[in-house]
Design a protein around this ligand. Structure first.
Ligand code: SAH
Length: 230
């Protein structure tokens, strides 16, 4: 079972939306364990301070290495430590899949200007970004990453076949989806999907996936073409 340690100064944000729907059921059924740690509990001084002003000056505050280090020492047994950070490598579905195969993940949620660089070095922490924009805190990013990881855990999605066809599998975006009614406001579902001919349907979907990827994500399409060659 995957154990997730989350280090935050806003523990009330967890499990947040992970407590609903598929991830909520997975949590209830103990398909993963969520251990939310309040960093402030590891502060030393009477004000319980977790941050201080940046060395060298400038705006904002930085999270202290000693307090964070203590929180890590007391809670993490093994496994990767991840700091949610706009400077990190972009989160991809391949990364999500790798994380879903771990047994313990420890996630640090930053606030203010971020965390002291020495903790990142000392604990060999991996930085992961959820996109090229700045959030107010790492909690939102951690929840998004965890949502993607948890849905890949065994038994969380009812129909696991749906994972294999999804966007980013094989570096392609997903083909268009349709359901009933067959005709809606003059628009008809593509005929091939009603043919019952599985091979033709698969071919059509594959062609559509290629066309959509080529048009919308030339960067991904390039990777797809290269991976097809090898
Ligand atoms: N001064 C920092 C931004 C701090 S934002 C910089 O310029 O890089 C405060 C916190 O929000 C960060 O410590 C990080 O944990 C989180 N955060 C903000 N944007 C994020 C993103 N795109 N991905 C992951 N975490 C992010």
């Amino acid at each position: 079972m995957l154990k997730v340690n989350v280090l935050t100064i806003f523990p009330e944000l967890f499990p947040g939306f992970l407590g609903s729907s598929l991830t909520g059921r997975a949590l209830e059924e103990k398909k993963f364990e969520l251990n939310t740690i309040n960093i402030r509990d590891y502060a030393f001084d009477k004000h319980k301070s977790v941050d201080d002003t940046p060395c060298g000056g400038g705006a904002g505050m930085v999270m202290r290495p000693d307090v964070l280090g203590n929180a890590l020492k007391a809670n993490r047994t093994s496994g990767r430590i991840i700091y949610m950070s706009p400077r990190g490598k972009s989160l991809t579905q391949a990364k999500v899949k790798a994380l879903s195969e771990e047994t313990e993940l420890t996630i640090i949620c930053g606030r203010f200007e971020g965390i002291d660089e020495r903790v990142i070095e000392a604990y060999d922490i991996e930085e992961i970004s959820i996109g090229d924009y700045i959030l107010t805190g790492g909690e939102q990013a951690a929840l998004i990453m965890l949502d993607a990881v948890i849905r890949l855990l065994p038994g969380v999605l009812g129909n696991s076949a749906s994972i294999e066809d999804e966007s980013f599998e094989n570096n392609l975006l997903e083909y268009p989806q349709y359901t009933r009614p067959i005709e809606w406001e003059g628009r008809v579902v593509p005929e091939v999907l009603l043919s019952g001919h599985h091979q033709k349907i698969a071919q059509w979907r594959h062609k559509e996936a290629e066309a959509i990827t080529k048009e919308r994500r030339p960067d991904l399409y390039k990777i797809y073409l290269e991976s097809k060659k090898s």
